[in-house]
Design a protein around this ligand. Structure first.
Ligand SMILES: *Cc1c(COP(=O)(O)O)cnc(C)c1O
Length: 353
């Protein structure tokens, strides 16, 4: 294994950043990690100053979208210790996504060494206090200059970081998809493949025009079953039971999702992991048993949904009561992430030298 080269910057730009007003994902830290795939191996793992990279216009990522990514966060506790949340799962998932896009898998030592060294260099960018975190974006792109439609032989793996405040997506109302689809059987829905997101922008922009912020995607065959949102898995609370769709090749296997399911089990909250039909959710809305809908994902952790629309049917969820599930799971997850609660399942990963 080649050794990690670290070229740290002399002057941090951190003093020019207003941490009280951080737009999500627009400010980046001083450094980035990169590693190249050439001649069949990953070489040149390097941490260097964050900045533009140069690619040939024929690089395949621009033409065929051979690109995958991850989203994770680092948190700091009151002792200035840095923690990641289930990072092995992100590592496994980026390789699963890469595999589906015919991108060579990335070695685990490089991933963790690059990531942890980067975080140690950027530790001032991770602020203590609930809601503060460092959003981490690992990604891989096909860099080989050649526009033939086949997998590239050269790639770049990178990690960039963006400081984040408590992510508040604003009021979220959703449309249950009836026409467009996010993914299909045998497709790439389960992968964090770049094209999955670009393809959602147009239908989502149509939803915005109607006053809805997001779409809950339904199965592409029948549009009768609710699957997930654009970057979040989705949960329904009917009476006191928490229901979510099973993962499949159409649905992303969210780390927050599986953590919510585990915490539900730990706290004796009944869960059902099974196909959820649009019809039953509308029925539950009509008879008053639909109490909550929320999304789960690294960025917002838990995001309550205030209302939904399906065709002409519009519904506003009831106001959240004191024992609502979305606040409960958000707090339970945050407490583990910020080292404020016992970590029964060894989800926290302390970043050390
Ligand atoms: C990233 C993502 C999620 C959430 O996954 P987490 O691991 O919880 O962050 C859910 N759905 C889609 C489509 C995603 O891209």
């Amino acid at each position: 294994m080649t050794k990690l080269t670290i070229n740290s910057v002399k002057n941090s730009k951190i003093d020019h950043v207003n941490f009280n007003e951080l737009p999500f994902g627009k400010v980046f830290t001083d450094h980035m990690f990169s590693c190249d795939y050439v001649n069949g191996e990953w070489v040149n793992p390097t941490i260097s100053e964050y900045g533009p990279i140069s690619l040939d216009p024929s690089a395949r990522v621009f033409h065929y979208g051979q690109a995958v990514f991850e989203g994770m966060k680092a948190y700091k506790d009151e002792n200035d210790d840095i923690f990641l949340f289930r990072p092995e799962d992100n590592f496994d998932r980026i390789n699963k996504s890469a595999h589906r896009l015919a991108i060579p898998e990335f070695p685990k030592e490089f991933f963790f060494e690059g990531l942890e060294q980067l975080l140690l260099l950027e530790k001032e960018w991770i602020k203590t206090g609930k809601g503060n975190s460092l959003y981490i974006r690992p990604f891989v792109i096909a860099t080989q200059p050649a526009i033939s439609a086949s997998p590239a032989e050269e790639y770049k793996f990178m990690i960039i970081c963006s400081p984040a405040k408590s992510y508040y997506a604003g009021e979220v109302r959703v449309i249950f998809a009836e026409e467009y689809s996010r993914s299909a059987n045998g497709g790439v829905g389960y992968a964090k493949a770049a094209g999955n997101y670009g393809a959602q922008f147009y239908p989502t922009s149509l939803a915005h025009k109607e006053g809805y912020q997001q779409i809950i995607w339904t199965d592409a065959n029948t549009h009768e079953y609710l699957e997930e949102a654009g970057t979040m898995n989705i949960f329904f609370r009917v009476n006191d039971t928490l229901i979510t769709a099973p993962t499949s090749d159409r649905i992303l296997d969210g780390i927050t999702r599986k953590s919510v399911l585990q915490l539900a089990k730990d706290n004796n909250i009944a869960t059902e992991v099974r196909p959820v039909s649009v019809a039953e959710i509308k029925e539950a809305a009509n008879n008053g048993s639909l109490k909550e809908i929320f999304g789960s994902g690294t960025a917002a952790v838990i995001n309550p949904i205030l209302g939904f629309k399906h065709g002409d049917f519009k519904f506003e969820l009831p106001a959240l009561t004191d024992n609502n599930y979305s606040s409960f799971f958000k707090k339970a997850l945050n407490d583990i992430q910020y080292n404020l609660a016992e970590d029964k399942h060894q989800w926290r990963h302390k970043v050390t030298k």
